[in-house]
Design a protein around this ligand. Structure first.
Ligand SMILES: [Zn+2]
Length: 162
């Protein structure tokens, strides 16, 4: 089946309350993915329609709530399988230049910060092993690529190559 066509950066998502981990994965891959567990179903629908986002949901009723909504029913249970499932229908790819450019916690685009700046915020051992750092202005947190991100990259490459 041919994948749906989304030119440039137009592929954006909202994820329902059941799909927190999937939302984080999509953010890690660079896709703008809205997740807020305090939103009601109606708020989620309205926002998805307004902002022309694909609503990812595990709730059938929500999925079919209105003909205006561009929604997708995410059948698998495990977050990894969910990512694979969504990627069968939407052009989701692993692109190194988009990997970890968005905060996995809050979806805000990360900013690069210098090693000197990072030095005030991260442990010495991290500083010794890393040269590039990013920063989330929303969460006020500094990030770097370590073993955790290596595992994520490997997982994504596996899932998205199937
Ligand atoms: Zn953040």
């Amino acid at each position: 089946m041919p994948k749906l066509d989304y030119p440039g950066d137009t592929l954006t998502f909202t994820a329902d309350v059941m799909l927190k981990r999937l939302a984080k994965y999509l953010r890690a891959l660079g896709y703008d993915t809205f997740f807020n567990e305090n939103y009601s179903d109606q708020q989620l629908l309205d926002f998805s329609v307004q902002d022309e986002r694909v609503l990812l949901t595990r709730d059938n009723a929500l999925c079919n709530a209105t003909p205006e909504i561009n929604s997708f029913y995410v059948k698998p249970q495990s977050p990894t399988a969910q990512l694979g499932h969504v990627a069968k229908f939407y052009p989701i790819t692993f692109d190194e230049s988009r990997f970890l450019v968005r905060c996995m916690e809050c979806n805000t685009p990360l900013q690069n910060i210098s090693k000197d700046k990072a030095a005030e915020r991260v442990p010495e051992r991290v500083l010794k092993r890393n040269d590039s750092f990013t920063y989330c202005p929303m969460c006020n947190q500094v990030f770097w690529q370590g073993d955790h991100t290596k595992r994520l990259r490997k997982k994504f490459l596996q899932v998205l190559s199937d």
